[in-house]
Design a protein around this ligand. Structure first.
Ligand code: ADE
Length: 264
């Protein structure tokens, strides 16, 4: 999967994403991450890309034209890469497909795991990072396909949200995690939080690893983990339980945890 990040701070993005698991996936050729500097498409001698908003108001806006030219350059890169992969278009059904362009903004839809799963099906993703007070609406209307926020708070720019998105999506790309199963059984899978985990030693600070995990009894381990997930979700994220598929016994367990929570 190829990520293109349109930004005024390419170093910030590349330094973050070239390390750890995403960095390793890039080295292995499972992903590519390219930060494209919007400033390279400035059209004045000062290389500036911002201007005052019509109608007045605080701060500056990113202008439409540099963003548009940057987008055209990214689109061209995608086109030539697709062409290299399948020069005659054969076996390349995405050949004509317009890449999705995500604008990171607090005004977007809130990012969540199923959105990451949906984006992970794309061959390419373009992420557009705003700065200052935002971007001229007209270019957004022309190029953006998805508006995404990473939460109800305002950051100084879209770079950190773009990195969050790349990280969450990249780990779903086959081969990126050592163990693909670990992307399956984790927080938000089936709308339950992940169960607690333990490693050696068996006793640490006088706390023992739960006996069932040492038993070697696979079915009991699974049962215990599932219960722990229900308990943890009921305690920390009861809102998620409404969407989770629970057995009668699990519903009762969740109810008792919620009641305990109220009493505490
Ligand atoms: N840009 C500034 N704040 C943001 C947020 N919360 N999510 C996405 N992009 C942003």
């Amino acid at each position: 999967m190829d990520f293109y990040i349109m930004t005024l701070f390419p170093d910030m993005v590349m330094e973050g994403l070239n390390t750890s698991i995403t960095g390793r996936a890039v080295s292995k050729g499972l992903l590519s991450v390219e930060a494209v500097n919007i400033r390279d498409y400035a059209f004045n001698k000062h290389n500036s890309v911002d201007d005052y908003p019509y109608g007045g108001g605080a701060g500056m806006l990113m202008q439409a034209e540099p963003v548009y030219q940057c987008y055209q350059a990214v689109k061209e890169r995608i086109r030539s890469k697709r062409h290299k992969v399948a020069p005659d278009g054969a076996g390349n059904p995405g050949g004509q497909k317009k890449p999705r362009v995500v604008y990171l903004s607090p005004q977007g839809q809130t990012f969540h795991q199923s959105m990451a799963e949906e984006f992970a099906k794309e061959e390419e993703l373009i992420l557009l990072c705003g700065h200052y007070e935002g971007i001229d609406e007209r270019v957004l209307e022309e190029i953006v396909t998805d508006y995404v926020s990473i939460g109800d708070y305002v950051l100084t720019g879209g770079e950190l949200p773009a990195m969050v998105m790349v990280d969450a999506i990249a780990r779903l790309v086959p081969g990126v995690l050592h163990n693909d199963v670990s992307a399956e059984f984790e927080s938000f899978q089936e709308n339950l939080l992940e169960y607690p985990q333990y490693s050696r030693p068996e006793v640490w600070h006088e706390k023992r690893v739960p006996e069932v995990l040492l038993s070697g009894h696979h079915a009991n381990v699974e049962k215990w983990r599932r219960e722990q997930s229900v308990i943890r979700t009921a305690k920390n994220r009861p809102d998620l339980l409404e969407k989770a598929l629970l057995t009668e016994a699990e519903i009762l367990l969740a109810e008792s945890v919620k009641e305990e929570n109220i009493e505490e």
